[in-house]
Design a protein around this ligand. Structure first.
Ligand code: ATP
Ligand code: MG
Length: 357
C-alpha cells in the first residue's frame, strides 16, 4: 500500500522559533509513526535573521518558487534585536502572504481547561473564539512614502488599500467559518466612523455577503468598543472578522485573555488551495527567553495540528490537539502557564501522549 505523502516546507526562523519548531517536528514525527497512514517529507529552509546579517537577504533568490512546490509551510518566528522588525516583515512574511494569496489569517482563541486566565478569570472562563484576519491588503498594503525626509516639512503616509474583491473574499470566508460553528455568530470589526472609505466599504460588503448567509447572525463593532466587549462581555462573541491591523491587535488581546501567548496559533490560508498555506505560532522570536529551554512549544504544536487538518490528515490533527491539550490540563506546562517543565520536557510528554492516546 502506498502512503499518502505530503511535502512540508519548514522555516524555523529565529530565536525561540527554532526551539518551538523543533518541538513541533518531533510531535509530527510521533503522530506519523503512531498512525502509519501518511508520510511527511520535510524540506527545511534557513531563512531568517542570521542569514540576513551574513548575506543581506532573508532568503536566497527564487525562494518563493521553492516554497510554491510544497503542500504547506510550517513557520516558527522571525525577528532579531539587531534588525528593525519591519525588515523581516517586508522581506519574508508579507511576500509569502501576498505571493501565495494567503488572504485570511485564522486565529482561534480559547481558554482551555486547567489554565488560569488573566485578571478577568471568571468572565473569560470557557471562551472559544475564532478570529479571521484579512491578510493581504488593508493597512499592510505597503503603499505610501516619505517626502522631505529629515526636514520639518517631512510627510510620511501609509495608504490602507481595500479592494472590493479583497474584502469580499475574506468576508465570505468569515461567514463560512461562522456558519460551520455551533453558534453561527459573526462580529464584523471596523472603524468606519473615522475611516470614511475603506472601512465603509467593509460595512457594505459585510451587509451584501450576509444576504447569502441568512442562517448566520451578525453584527458590527468599532474596534475601540470591541476591546471593551472582549473583556467585559466575552461570551457575546464567537467568530470575529477584522482588517489586517485590527486583527493583529485584537488577537494579541485575545491571546493574553486566554492565558498565554505561548499557546496561540495562527493559519495564513489560501482557501482556494491554489498555493501552499502557512501555519505558525502567534508569538514572535522572543529573544528575552531564547536558548533557555523555557519557551512554550504548544502554540507551534497547535499550528502543526492545524496544518495536518488542512492537508487532509484530520485524525492526526485531532490526536496532536488532544495530546497537547491534555498536557495542559494535567499541569505539565512551561513557566508561562505556571508550570515547571522545560520546552524539551513538554515535548516529550506530548509525544508520549500521542503514542498512547
Ligand atoms: P516579535 O517582535 O516577533 O513580536 P517579540 O520578541 O516581541 O517578537 P513576542 O513573541 O511578541 O516577542 O512575545 C512577547 C513576550 O511574550 C516575549 O518577550 C516572551 O517573554 C513571551 N513569550 C512569547 N512567546 C512565548 C512562548 N512560546 N513561551 C513563553 N513565553 C513566550
Ligand atoms: Mg511582539
Amino acid at each position: 500500500m502506498s502512503l499518502r505523502q505530503h511535502k512540508i516546507a519548514v522555516i524555523a526562523g529565529d530565536g525561540i522559533g527554532i526551539e518551538v519548531t523543533a518541538a513541533a517536528l518531533n510531535v509530527l514525527k510521533a503522530v506519523e509513526a503512531r498512525l502509519g497512514t501518511f508520510r511527511l517529507v520535510f524540506d527545511e529552509f534557513d531563512y531568517g535573521s542570521a542569514r540576513y546579517k551574513a548575506t543581506g537577504a532573508y532568503a536566497p533568490e527564487g525562494w518563493l518558487d521553492h516554497l510554491a512546490t510544497s503542500d504547506a509551510i510550517l513557520f516558527g518566528a522571525v525577528g532579531d534585536p539587531d534588525v528593525p522588525d519591519h525588515i523581516s516583515l517586508w522581506e519574508l512574511i508579507l511576500p509569502m502572504r501576498q505571493r501565495f494569496q494567503q488572504y485570511v489569517n485564522v486565529r482561534p482563541s480559547s481558554v482551555l481547561p486547567g489554565i488560569a486566565p488573566h485578571a478577568t478569570a471568571a468572565a473569560v472562563a470557557g471562551l472559544n473564539w475564532v478570529f479571521v484576519r484579512e491578510n493581504t491588503e488593508g493597512e499592510y498594503s505597503g503603499q505610501g512614502g516619505r517626502t522631505h525626509v529629515g526636514s520639518t516639512l517631512e510627510v510620511a503616509t501609509d495608504v490602507a488599500v481595500f479592494t472590493r474583491g479583497g474584502v469580499e473574499r475574506c468576508m465570505r470566508y468569515a461567514f463560512e467559518v461562522a456558519r460551520s460553528r455551533e453558534r453561527k455568530l459573526l462580529t464584523v470589526v471596523t472603524k468606519s466612523n473615522a475611516q470614511r472609505y475603506g472601512l465603509v466599504l467593509w460595512d457594505e460588503v459585510a451587509a451584501s455577503v450576509a444576504m447569502d448567509f441568512p442562517d448566520v447572525k451578525w453584527d458590527k463593532m468599532l474596534v475601540d468598543a470591541m476591546t471593551v466587549r472582549m473583556v467585559q462581555k466575552p461570551h457575546s462573541l464567537d467568530t470575529i472578522v477584522a482588517t489586517n491591523l485590527h486583527g493583529d491587535i485584537l488577537t494579541d488581546l485575545a491571546a493574553a485573555l486566554s492565558g498565554s501567548i505561548g499557546i496561540a496559533h495562527s493559519s495564513s490560508l489560501d482557501p482556494t488551495r491554489a498555493n501552499p498555506s502557512m501555519f505558525e505560532p502567534v508569538h514572535g522570536a522572543a529573544f528575552d527567553i531564547m536558548g533557555r529551554n523555557i519557551a512554550n512549544p504548544v502554540a507551534a504544536m497547535f499550528s502543526a495540528a492545524e496544518m495536518l487538518r488542512w492537508i487532509g490528515e484530520e485524525e492526526a490533527a485531532v490526536l496532536v490537539e488532544r495530546a497537547a491539550t491534555q498536557s495542559i490540563c494535567g499541569g505539565q506546562v512551561t513557566c508561562d502557564l505556571g508550570g515547571k517543565l522545560s520546552t524539551v520536557e513538554v515535548t516529550r510528554v506530548v509525544c508520549q501522549m500521542v503514542e498512547r492516546l
